[in-house]
Design a binder for this molecule. Structure first.
Ligand SMILES: *[C@@H]1O[C@H](CO)[C@@H](O)[C@H](O)[C@H]1NC(C)=O
Ligand SMILES: *[C@@H]1O[C@H](CO)[C@@H](O)[C@H](O)[C@H]1NC(C)=O
Ligand SMILES: *[C@@H]1O[C@H](CO)[C@@H](O)[C@H](O)[C@H]1NC(C)=O
Ligand SMILES: *[C@@H]1O[C@H](CO)[C@@H](O)[C@H](O)[C@H]1NC(C)=O
Ligand SMILES: *[C@@H]1O[C@H](CO)[C@@H](O)[C@H](O)[C@H]1NC(C)=O
Ligand SMILES: *[C@@H]1O[C@H](CO)[C@@H](O)[C@H](O)[C@H]1NC(C)=O
Ligand SMILES: [Zn+2]
Ligand SMILES: [Zn+2]
Length: 584
């Protein structure tokens, strides 16, 4: 049984056709990627699975990742056959002719085959690996076995298989003889091997990609049985292939989107060869890191210079009332076991939630969103540090509750304009007199003029008591189940808020966020607010406000006349909904 699955996996389906119920697929069958782990003999639920998203700010340079030695990559007669096996298109090489060593690999590996992963003809990209959540149109995998081992032996060793992954990017030009020749063999006829008659080499296909710049991590095969036997090399630079040829992969094979979704990194580290351009540390400080806020836009794959960036200054005179902005629904915000752990990211203090538990919907969002985490923004010890401002007023702190559209995987959500929903609440000192400040348009203000805390002081004491345990950057501490999100929010008015389309406020600033910024602030004891900058070890954890450009900020109705008590407020809200014109 076990042996059969090894064959299935390594031949990628060519040799063994399995009982229909156990046949896997990328989509449209019972055994889609989420269920690969349930296949008999499968490792797909393991601890070092591939592919992954490579977050370049977390990659370590490894000086041992020196140049590769490629043997016979220039041979134009090494390709033997090509086959459409129903999952991919695979080319088999002549035995013991092509080899790879160096590049930090432990020994020499014999190349046996290469194959492709692609998206669809509608320009949906289909690489398996992602760099900073960017997916390329295609990916090529060159598979080599440790020299002297057969398939079965190699699959049983932790580094028995070396796969070289090359991204493929689309170009508009049409000049690629080797790729045109290769594409001429694409067919919808399955499981029929064809001999390659053209003279094509691996070097011809790889072109001028700089092979000294690559990422390295330990992973698995990306198809069942997902054996954890692969030392992965993912090259930084993509191969450029004409778009028209890329489209021939889905068009001529008649199947699309043949890639596995990214897997958890878990305890692994990703390394890079010296010289690989990494995004490096970013910071809020103007002087003390590789990328200060004015340079965030030049980080690779950055969206930080876009036209729909966050945070913004909300000018209450210009907000547009929108009657569709009704009550939000908060699911499990009252659950004291929703938080998994609390961590100091070096940019913020973040509370990571358990998966698929807490949800937000309604409020004109149009989708159900799963809440992933919440975190805080603060300022210097003696100055304010909210990210959003209202009529240029900055509050002492801001809490962001980040949720992802439930129907999308994270990597798609952050590329979709409403893929994420963030709830922002201002935080100010309970004993502060600032809240009744000289705001020009008190018309829209619903800040509670009383000085009593709107939240459970006990909950904030418990929250801040974790800070001393995470003073070291990247440290995390398990949550003891002593407060819920509702406990932190307290009785703050959740029916009055602003709404606009924006971005993440940290690199890579993806423009994927539907923002909800609540009008009333949470009141917290001043001494507890001070603990964030002092205990976390850094101050000014907020981004400057960004230009609004052509965007509109919307507001819930009727905030103007809400006198404070929530019941009355809700009542007015209802009245306004039904008697819209009267409220104007
Ligand atoms: C690695 O290869 C690059 C270009 O192929 C070359 O410039 C460099 O000198 C090589 N480094 C070593 C250590 O061989
Ligand atoms: C490279 O290919 C040639 C034939 O094209 C072969 O004779 C030679 O053995 C190969 N080199 C290695 C190291 O396998
Ligand atoms: C390299 O491979 C050899 C033989 O497979 C093994 O004995 C050795 O421990 C490996 N070295 C490293 C650093 O992994
Ligand atoms: C990929 O191709 C696109 C469009 O042709 C281009 O804008 C982009 O810079 C390319 N990316 C890389 C990393 O070469
Ligand atoms: C922080 O790091 C230092 C040095 O690595 C270590 O001695 C200390 O115990 C750590 N503190 C915490 C709270 O983890
Ligand atoms: C956000 O963008 C979407 C699509 O562009 C648009 O339909 C929606 O009205 C926008 N929402 C806001 C609050 O601007
Ligand atoms: Zn592959
Ligand atoms: Zn934030």
């Amino acid at each position: 049984m076990y042996h059969h699955y090894l064959l299935l996996c390594l031949s990628l389906g060519t040799l063994v056709k399995y009982a229909a119920g156990n046949e896997w697929c990328y989509h449209g069958c019972e055994k889609s990627p989420d269920h690969w782990r349930d296949l008999p003999g499968s490792f797909c639920g393991g601890q070092r699975q591939s592919p992954i998203n490579i977050a370049t700010s977390h990659v370590q340079i490894d000086p041992n990742l020196l140049n590769f030695t490629f043997i016979n990559f220039s041979s134009q007669h090494a390709f033997k056959t090509i086959v459409n096996n129903g999952h991919t298109v695979k080319l088999t090489l002549k035995e013991n002719e092509v080899e790879v060593s160096g590049g930090g690999l432990n020994g020499t590996y014999s190349t046996i085959q290469f194959h492709f992963h692609w998206g669809d003809t509608e320009h949906h990209p289909g690489s398996e690996h992602m760099i900073d959540w960017d997916r390329y149109p295609m990916e090529m995998h060159i598979v080599s076995l440790k020299k002297g081992l057969n398939v079965e032996e190699a699959t049983a060793e932790s580094e028995g298989i070396a796969v070289l992954g090359f991204f493929i990017n689309a170009t508009e030009d049409d000049l690629s003889e080797p790729w045109r020749n290769l594409a001429s063999y694409l067919t919808n006829v399955k499981d029929t091997e064809m001999t390659i008659n053209h003279s094509i080499s691996l070097d011809d296909l790889i072109g001028d990609v700089d092979r000294t710049k690559f990422y390295r991590y330990m992973g698995s095969l990306t198809t069942p049985s997902c054996n954890e036997a692969v030392v992965w090399t993912v090259f930084h630079e993509p191969i450029s292939v004409p778009k028209s040829l890329i489209q021939q992969f889905p068009a001529k094979t008649e199947f699309a989107n043949v890639y596995r979704p990214p897997q958890d990194l878990k305890d692994r580290e990703v390394f890079a060869s010296p010289g690989t351009p990494l995004s490096g540390p970013w910071c809020y400080d103007e002087h003390h890191c590789s990328y200060n806020p004015s340079q965030w836009g030049s980080l690779p794959h950055s969206h930080c210079s876009g036209e729909h960036q966050s945070p913004i200054n909300i000018e209450t005179q210009n907000v547009v009332m929108d009657e569709h902005l009704d009550a939000l629904t908060f699911t499990k915000f009252d659950d004291k076991h929703a938080i998994k752990y609390i961590t100091n990211t070096g940019h913020s203090v973040k509370c990571v939630l358990k998966e698929d538990m807490v949800e937000v919907s309604g409020g004109g969002l149009g989708h159900v969103y799963s809440t992933l985490q919440f975190h805080f923004h603060w300022g210097l010890q003696d100055s304010d540090g909210s990210e959003h401002t209202v009529d240029s007023k900055r509050y002492p702190m801001e809490i962001h509750i980040v949720s992802k559209r439930k129907d999308l995987p994270l990597d798609e959500a952050i590329r979709t304009s409403n893929g994420l929903a963030v709830l922002g609440f201002f935080i100010e000192a309970a004993d502060s007199t600032k809240s009744s400040s000289s705001s020009s348009s008190s018309e829209h203000e619903v800040t509670n003029p009383t000085s009593s805390p709107t939240s459970d002081t006990g909950a904030w004491k418990k929250m801040t008591s974790y800070l001393s345990a995470i003073q070291n950057i990247s440290s995390e501490v398990e949550f003891k189940g002593d407060f819920s999100i509702d406990d932190l929010l307290g009785n703050v008015n959740r029916a009055a808020y602003y709404r606009y389309n924006g971005s993440l406020t940290t690199p890579l600033c993806n423009e994927a966020v539907v923002w909800t910024v609540f009008k009333e602030s949470i009141k917290v004891d001043q001494n507890l607010i001070m603990l964030f900058p002092t205990q976390a070890g850094y101050q000014k954890a907020f981004r400057a406000t960004q230009p609004l450009h052509s965007r509109t900020v919307y507001s819930t109705m009727s905030a103007a006349t809400a006198p404070g008590p929530i019941i009355l407020f809700l009542l007015l809200g209802c009245l306004c909904a039904s008697l819209f014109s009267l409220c104007l």
